[in-house]
Design a protein around this ligand. Structure first.
Ligand SMILES: *Cc1c(COP(=O)(O)O)cnc(C)c1O
Length: 357
């Protein structure tokens, strides 16, 4: 199998090995040590401030998006949401569901956020800003420094969904002044799906301590309290947390977050170089290293995904909704190599020879 999707992705041998092991009981000092080490390494790799905290939610990335909307905001807030694709829409849906007032900055698919557009919302009394720094559905990577500056100027609490961007693109939480950063186990962390991670700045921790949220499973105050001793309120996905521990240590040993970003960035550049001359157009005007979104000029995008899966045993990432037939994506996260890129490009060349693209 060769998997170029954006999650779940290919895992390292060590991570796969842990996936095949018995799952240990977890109310132990040994498991607490693993959790505290996971917290320490997540803080290090996101460049969070020294009193920042990390919560590991058993649930996919969306569980953490929901936890953040529920725990940080109330109907007294006024949020600004960047909506440039399915993940931006998810934040919009959450605001609707919890009746939190918001304005959405709607962007066409593939369009980045310009400074001009953003500053139309300057000085309008927003209290929170929700953004998917990499809108994975279209491949657009927003200018987070520009957004950070805007939020600092307007004193807005910034929530960053970096689920598919963490470890692929640079991110300095403290410098950006982000209140919260969210990621998930199945993207560049390259573990099994089932855990999402919320890094809370010390400012965010204070907000949670002073909040009174009516919610049980996603209650961050409760999670933070248990986390002080390296535990979780409910049974977590113990096996995946052990995988995350192995993976974070692998990254640390190989030179840390900078080396991992560099590795993924080189893979992405290698791929973008190798597809030159093929009948595809790269659709986004501001790319993440995590994925290359492609518009096939002469063929149906979903059909290409199906043929590559069924006839070549490889996976590229299909798009959903109204992008299904026009865009597919090739991921660069997970345990992939430049040789793997060549294998996929050879498949594209074969499809071209067969008159299918
Ligand atoms: C993958 C992803 C999510 C989370 O999706 P889940 O299916 O809930 O894990 C959220 N936001 C972005 C930007 C993503 O790439």
């Amino acid at each position: 199998m060769l998997n170029f999707t954006v999650g779940p992705v290919m895992s390292s041998e060590k991570v796969c090995e842990i996936g095949g092991e018995q799952v240990p009981y977890f109310r132990t000092p040994e498991f607490s040590d693993i959790m505290l080490e996971n917290e320490r390494l997540m803080k290090k790799f996101t460049k969070a401030d020294k009193d920042a905290r990390v919560v590991f939610i058993t649930g996919s990335g969306t569980a953490s998006l929901e936890a953040c909307v529920v725990n940080f905001f109330t109907p007294q807030d006024k949020l600004l949401v960047v909506n440039g694709g399915s993940f931006g829409q998810r934040f919009v849906d959450l605001c609707e569901l919890y009746e939190i007032p918001y304005d959405a900055i709607n962007l066409a698919h593939g369009q980045s956020l310009s400074k001009e557009k953003l500053y139309e919302y300057d000085g309008k009394g927003y209290t929170g800003f929700l953004v998917n720094v990499h809108e994975t559905s279209t491949g657009v990577h927003y200018d987070i420094e520009m957004i950070s500056e805007f939020c600092k100027k307007n004193n807005i609490f910034l929530v960053v969904d970096a689920i598919s961007s963490f470890l692929a693109d640079e991110f300095d939480m403290e410098k950006l002044g982000a209140g919260v950063m969210i990621t998930g186990s199945q993207k560049a962390l390259a573990c099994a799906p089932g855990i999402s991670v919320i890094v809370l700045s010390s400012d965010a921790v204070k907000r949670i301590e002073n909040s009174n949220v009516k919610c049980m499973y996603l209650n961050l105050k409760n999670a933070l309290k248990n986390g002080e001793r390296g535990q979780t309120p409910f049974t977590p996905a113990v096996g995946i947390l052990r995988q995350i521990n192995a993976r974070l240590k692998e990254i640390d040993k190989a030179g840390g977050v900078e080396s991992e970003i560099k590795r993924i960035s080189e893979l992405a550049q290698d791929f973008r170089e190798k597809i030159k001359g093929l009948p595809f157009e790269i659709v986004s005007d501001s790319l993440s290293n995590a994925v290359t979104p492609l518009h096939p000029l002469n063929a149906d995008a979903h059909k290409i995904f199906e043929i590559i899966k069924d006839e070549y045993g490889m996976w590229v990432c299909p798009n959903g909704g109204d992008m299904a037939s026009t865009i597919f994506r090739v991921g660069h996260i997970g345990a992939l190599t430049k040789d793997d890129n060549t294998k996929l490009v050879d498949v594209f060349k074969d499809l071209q020879k067969r008159g299918l693209i």
